[in-house]
Design a protein around this ligand. Structure first.
Ligand code: ATP
Length: 535
């Protein structure tokens, strides 16, 4: 997999465009083009159908401790600012950044790597943005810094391994990633990742509000509403798909780290005693979802967080990670996190912001001596009708990024092979091998030639299939070229109307992956395509 080829195919074929491109773009923001919007919609639809609307709540799914209910929700992006105080985002949702006084550039503290190097009797910590090529970049920068030529590369005496800038205490001897002089980086400073806005005509702090940095909190604060309106017993999962915003310091790696992105989140409410079993269930279920949609197990891992990494209230957190081509060899990027959140969020919204470290109530007093960030004061506990037991449910949270899932499916689908053209000459073929459920276009319809009544029949087939699937009609160029265009778009089936069609009402259907061509009856086409997509 080569990321540059994938990025260029995405632009050329209309999967992804840089936002505001004609004005030079806006870093960290991306637009989905005609093929991209279909792909992303299919990813979200697959998630919604598999997790929510199509969920079998009558039986016990494999690995589940019991049957459970699932419901959906769609909350606003701007919510009461108190929510972010009680959730901890207001105080804790920040990254550390360092500024360069010389270049005016800003870097995320934990995303700059460096290495000590000595030459001409001087020693400096030379840095570069963390990447596959960091050593190469550091070598070039060290040569320049010491005024050495390439042929004197052996004069550079490296000391120790590449380490993260976070391990360096004094920046006096640090050469910033783009600086000419050393010692130009500022001390790391906290930077809250929430986008701030103002509601109504109030422009001061009174009107301040935030674009949600996750969809989850909307679910917690609506837990009681959903429970009361649906009359479900626990266990109950509440799902939401929607936009989230994070003012990332260094957005990068195509859509992987964007400032505006979409999440697909479930908050699963259950009895505390059962919660660990449910955690295991959701880990396995969510990993299987990616496999079922065609992500190979070679590229996907489940990484359990170490106890130090996980929040103290969490008795388990695992990330599903994908081997994105822009990651260094053997490294993976997070697609989804599955966290056991205990009763932390519901309690915070009941009682006020909890202290992350001790799980006790942290009462911060305002100038008037009253608690500053109190919770809603509403009882968010659950009483079981049958047993009469009352408790604050524990929550398992599978939280996935729709854009990262799309990116993984794009990377996974991309292949280059060689196929013979009409003259039998081998030609390079770029093909997107999407799972048929995810493919932006399900089938393309071609007349073999633009005469003998073939376009008329092909158009009729196209219009009929269009009622059920996203289909594409193409009569331009040779059939071979039309196949190639569909291969690049990831269309799994190409239907060709040829000379035989008028005789026996059959067409050929060509499979993108096996290249097999079957002859099938026109009136069976819709059901054949449906069966193949679902299988
Ligand atoms: P990271 O460590 O990569 O910043 P995170 O652990 O902060 O991610 P979560 O808060 O767990 O992410 O969010 C859940 C999911 O939302 C992530 O697994 C990811 O798929 C998606 N996500 C989070 N931040 C971004 C972003 N900036 N751009 C795109 N997707 C994101």
């Amino acid at each position: 997999m080569d990321m540059d080829s994938i990025v260029s195919l995405c632009k050329r074929r209309g999967f992804l465009f840089q936002s505001s491109e004609i004005y030079g773009g806006l870093q960290g923001f991306w637009d989905y083009g005609p093929l991209g919007v279909e792909l992303k919609r299919n990813v979200k639809d697959a998630w919604w159908r598999d997790m929510v609307s199509g969920h079998d709540d009558m039986s016990t799914l494999a690995g589940a401790p019991s049957p459970y209910a699932m419901e959906g929700l769609d909350c606003t992006i701007i919510m009461h600012p108190q929510i972010w105080k009680c959730s901890g985002h207001y105080d804790l949702f920040h990254d550390y950044m360092v500024d360069c006084r010389e270049t005016k550039k800003r870097y995320r503290h934990d995303q700059v790597n460096g290495r000590w190097v000595e030459a001409k009797g001087k020693k400096v910590f030379v840095t570069a943005p963390a990447s596959d090529e960091e050593q190469e970049v550091m070598t070039k920068r060290a040569l320049k810094f010491f005024g050495l030529r390439n042929k004197n590369i052996d004069d550079l005496k490296w000391d120790g391994d590449v380490v993260c800038l976070t391990t360096i205490e004094d920046f006096g001897e640090v050469l910033g990633p783009d600086a000419k002089e050393k010692g130009t980086l500022t001390e790391p400073r906290e930077f809250n990742l929430m986008f701030k806005t103002f509601v109504g005509a109030l422009s001061g702090e009174e009107g301040a509000a935030y674009l949600r940095p996750e969809t989850a909190q909307g679910i917690f604060v609506n837990f009681k509403n959903v429970l009361d309106s649906t009359r479900h017993r626990l266990p109950l999962g509440i799902a939401q798909i929607g936009k989230s915003f994070r003012n990332e310091i260094t957005p990068r790696n195509f859509t992987f780290r964007s400032r505006e992105f979409e999440q697909m989140e479930i908050e699963f409410f259950c009895h505390p005693d059962e919660s660990h079993k449910w955690y295991q269930f959701w880990r396995d279920r969510r990993l299987k979802w990616y496999h079922d949609l065609g992500v190979s197990s070679d590229n996907l891992i489940m990484r359990e967080h170490s106890p130090e990494e996980a929040a103290h209230y969490s008795t388990g957190t695992a990330d599903i990670e994908y081997a994105f081509p822009f990651m260094a060899e053997g490294e993976y990027g997070e697609l989804e996190g599955i966290a056991h959140r205990g009763n932390f969020d519901l309690r915070s919204h009941m009682e006020g912001k909890l202290d992350e470290k001790s799980d006790t109530l942290e009462v911060q007093l305002g100038d008037d001596g009253k608690p500053k960030w109190k919770g809603s004061g509403k009882d968010l506990s659950y009483r079981d009708d049958l047993s009469g037991e009352k408790y604050i449910p524990h929550v398992i949270e599978p939280s996935a990024g729709a854009d990262r899932a799309v990116l993984a499916f794009l990377c996974e689908a991309y292949e280059v092979d060689e196929q013979p053209d009409e003259k039998g000459k081998m030609q390079k073929r770029e093909v997107m091998k999407f799972h048929p459920r995810l493919a932006p276009i399900k089938a393309a319809v071609f007349p073999l030639v633009k005469k003998d009544g073939m376009p008329e029949v092909a158009k009729e087939i196209y219009l009929t299939l269009k009622k059920d699937f996203k289909v594409f009609y193409d009569e331009k160029g040779s059939v071979g070229k039309r196949y190639r265009r569909q291969d690049e778009a990831g269309t799994p089936y190409c239907i060709t109307v040829d000379g035989q069609t008028s005789e026996d009402q059959t067409v050929t259907i060509r499979d993108r992956d096996t290249l097999a061509q079957d002859r099938v009856k026109i009136d069976e086409l819709a059901s054949i395509i449906r069966n193949r997509i679902e299988s």
